[in-house]
Structures are given as C-alpha cells and as structure tokens.
Design a protein around this ligand. Structure first.
Ligand SMILES: C[S@@+](CC[C@H](N)C(=O)[O-])C[C@H]1O[C@@H](n2cnc3c(N)ncnc32)[C@H](O)[C@@H]1O
Length: 400
C-alpha cells in the first residue's frame, strides 16, 4: 500500500525503523559483534593513524553484508556502515588521515542495499562495494593497501573463510585480520555436509586429529589448533581466538584475530569482555578456563615448551601464550610465580615496553604445574631480588 503523505505508517506507529520491511533482524550475537567491532575499530584507527603509512588506512570488509539491520526494532549499522561512521568521526580530529573502505558482497540484494546505505558517506569517504567473492578480490585489495595499516574483516556465514584468504594478508606490517565465525558450524559441517568445508577453513585435513574415535570433535582443542595455524601458516606474529557463547539458544560463535602486535589482542580481549557483559554472553578463551586462574595455568602449560632455553624474549613468550593468556598482566603472574619457584630467571622488568628487554632462562625440567593463586607484584618481586626462598620463607640471599 502506498503511504499517504503526512500519515504515519504502521511500522512507525510501532516504533519500527524499517518502513520497507526488508531489513534483516539482528540477533544478539550480531548485535554483540557490531558493538565489539565499533569499539575495536575506533581503537584501531586511533592507534594506526600514527603508524608508518598511516596517512592512508584501509578497511577491507570482504563479507560485507547489507550494511543495515533491525536491532530491537531500530535500524542499526552493519560493519561497513560502522566503519564509514567512524571514518567520518576521524575526519574531524585528524583531517589529513584518509580512510579507504573496500567491501565485497556476493549477494546482489545485499550489495544493492549496502551501496544505498553507503551513499551518504561517499562525498567524504572513499568507500567502494565490489560484486563477486572475497577470494576473487583479495589479492587486488592486498596490493592496493600494501604499505598502509590495513584491517581485514572476514565475516562469513558459518565457516566459509578459506585459510588461503587469510594467508593473502600474512607477512605484512601493520596488517590485521579478524575472522568472525560460527564455532558450532564445525559440528554441523563435519557431521552432515562432509569434511570439505572444514578442510577449506583449516587449509588441509589436519583438523581430523581433533576428531575423537566416536566421530565427535574436541572443539576447544581444535580452535586452539586453528589459532596456531593462523599464526604459523598464514604468517602472522600473533594470533588469538575467543569463543563467544550465549547461554540461551546454544549460540557458539568465535572471533580469531591475527596481528603483528601484542597490543591488538589485548585491546580486543578488553573490548570483548566488556561488551559481552551487556549481552549476557560468556567469552571463553579457547583451551583455557574462564577465570584468571585458568589463563595463568594456560600460560604455565604452554611456557613449558621453552624448557632449557636461554635468552627467550618477551615477544616469543607472548606469541606462544597469547591464545590462552592474552593479557600481559596474566602472563606476568605466571612468570613471577615460576621465578619464585626457581623455574625461570631474568634481569630487568617484564612487559612489552620494558627497556632493556628482559631475556628469560628456563630450567631444563619444567614439570606440569598450576598457579598457587597468590598475586605477585612485579615491583615487590624486584625489591626481593637478592633474597632466597627457603622453606616457604623469603630470607636474605647468602653471599656466594
Ligand atoms: C554474516 S554476513 C556479513 C555481515 C557483516 N559483516 C556485518 O557485520 O554487518 C556474511 C555476508 O557474506 C556474504 N558472502 C558469503 N560468502 C561470500 C564470499 N565468498 N565473498 C563475498 N561475500 C560473501 C553473504 O552474502 C552475507 O551477506
């Protein structure tokens, strides 16, 4: 029915901001994803505009979607529109920084909607929408954005992101990939549709090692394996992964992050945990328990790989531990505990910015261990250098 001029529509009367009735309704997991993306991208823009090549920043949204949703009856921005809104904001505070938004959307209907949604930004922001697939356009976008900070958003339905797509953006400075996927789809896909999709997601058939004898999947171990693959195979210095679970409805999403800096997973972890609370969702670090103790125990477990090594850098330690222990403060706790029980020594301070950087020496035999739950402060520990632990008591170190 044609709207009568001046007459308010049924949708408007109900407070629904979609008179066309065409917008997809965003479920809580989509709304959390958008909230997380908005916060994270704002931080990314702030950090990256000051980096080499940062006068031009690239956002590659390769599974772009329609650009608008209906969230609790109100029209809400999809990922490319969120990027455009933040790019507009950045123009006010940093007019010399140019943000380039490159979108790919396979579906014609979604693409046309997105094109229309982005129209209002076009006078100010360089944003394009390509038809076809992410796979087809990735190499050209990688070439265009080379030398500039680049954030690649891969947000398929299910797990439709081939590992080769992520690798296209590996081995580059200031380049980061966020993969948002349906962790639960592993069960569906592996169980019912045959293994091809999981094999493409994974890059080869090695994922089958996580299949138990009865055919079920050890999903937590598998996701941690996926994180290491992104880091090692796709060519990123750091990768982290989080599982996002909604108690209602068995929703089991995951976000994998591949980056060149330890700052990126730290910011993401902070953003995710804060935003998840608003949506009654649980953020579960893969292969670790939920709580701080679980993360520290996870770090203690993976650090055992350095048994007997001398001169290990903070960055190598962090790269190994990031999937189970992304917050450096937790990793510091694990190391302070290990030092107290005589498993590791180092000089100087802990942390990303420590100067001179600490080098760690691990004893050859690192038995399986669990954190004792006692918080240690780095400063207190530094003050205690020169003392020994004997019978559980700290005593002045005897002269050698
Ligand atoms: C989950 S939606 C994207 C949502 C969007 N990123 C957001 O947060 O607002 C996934 C979109 O990817 C599109 N798509 C699926 N496979 C694709 C491919 N291989 N290349 C490009 N787009 C694809 C689908 O049509 C769908 O619109």
């Amino acid at each position: 029915m044609r709207p009568v001029p001046g007459q308010i529509s049924f949708d408007e009367a109900l407070g629904i901001d979609d008179p066309t009735g065409l917008l997809q309704v965003a479920p809580p997991q989509t709304r959390l994803k958008h909230a997380m993306y908005r916060k994270y991208l704002a931080a990314w823009l702030r950090v990256m505009k000051g980096q080499p090549g940062g006068h031009d920043l690239y956002i590659l949204d390769l599974f772009a979607g329609p650009g608008a949703y209906l969230a609790e009856g109100v029209k809400a921005a999809g990922s490319p529109v969120i990027a455009a809104e933040l790019a507009m904001k950045l123009r006010l505070t940093s007019p010399s920084t140019r943000v380039h938004i490159r979108c790919v959307e396979r579906s014609r209907v979604e693409r046309e909607r997105l094109d229309a949604e982005l129209e209002r930004f076009r006078p100010d922001i360089d944003c394009t929408v390509q038809k076809g697939t992410a796979e087809r356009h990735a190499a050209a976008f990688a070439a265009e954005s080379a030398g500039h900070p680049t954030l690649v958003l891969l947000d398929p339905d299910g797990i439709g992101v081939p590992m080769s797509l992520i690798s296209t953006f590996g081995q580059r400075d200031y380049t980061e990939v966020l993969v948002s996927f349906d962790a639960h789809a592993h069960y569906r896909v592996a169980g019912t549709q045959g293994p091809t999709a999981v094999t493409a997601f994974w890059g080869d058939e090695s994922w089958t090692q996580y299949q138990r004898q009865d055919g079920t999947l050890d999903l937590a171990a598998m996701l941690e394996g996926y994180r290491l693959r992104i880091q090692e195979r796709a060519g990123f210095r750091y990768a982290a992964i989080w599982r996002i679970r909604f108690p209602k409805g068995h929703i089991d999403r995951a976000v994998a992050q591949a980056a060149g800096s330890t700052l990126a997973p730290e910011i993401m972890f902070d953003v995710l945990t804060k935003e998840a609370q608003k949506f009654d969702a649980r953020i579960q670090e893969v292969a670790a328990e939920l709580d701080r103790r679980g993360r520290i125990n996870g770090a203690l477990r993976v650090i055992r790989a350095f048994a007997g090594e001398v001169g290990v850098s903070w960055s190598r330690l962090y790269a190994r531990a990031a999937g189970v222990c992304p917050a450096s403060l937790d990793l510091e706790q694990a190391l302070l505990y290990m030092r107290e029980i005589g498993h590791v020594t180092w000089c100087g301070r802990l942390g990303r910015y420590a100067a001179p950087p600490a080098k760690f020496t691990f004893v050859a035999d690192l038995p399986e261990d669990r954190w004792d739950g006692l918080e240690r402060s780095q400063d207190a520990a530094a003050a205690l250098v020169g003392r020994d632990v004997r019978g559980g008591e700290l005593v002045p170190r005897s002269p050698v």
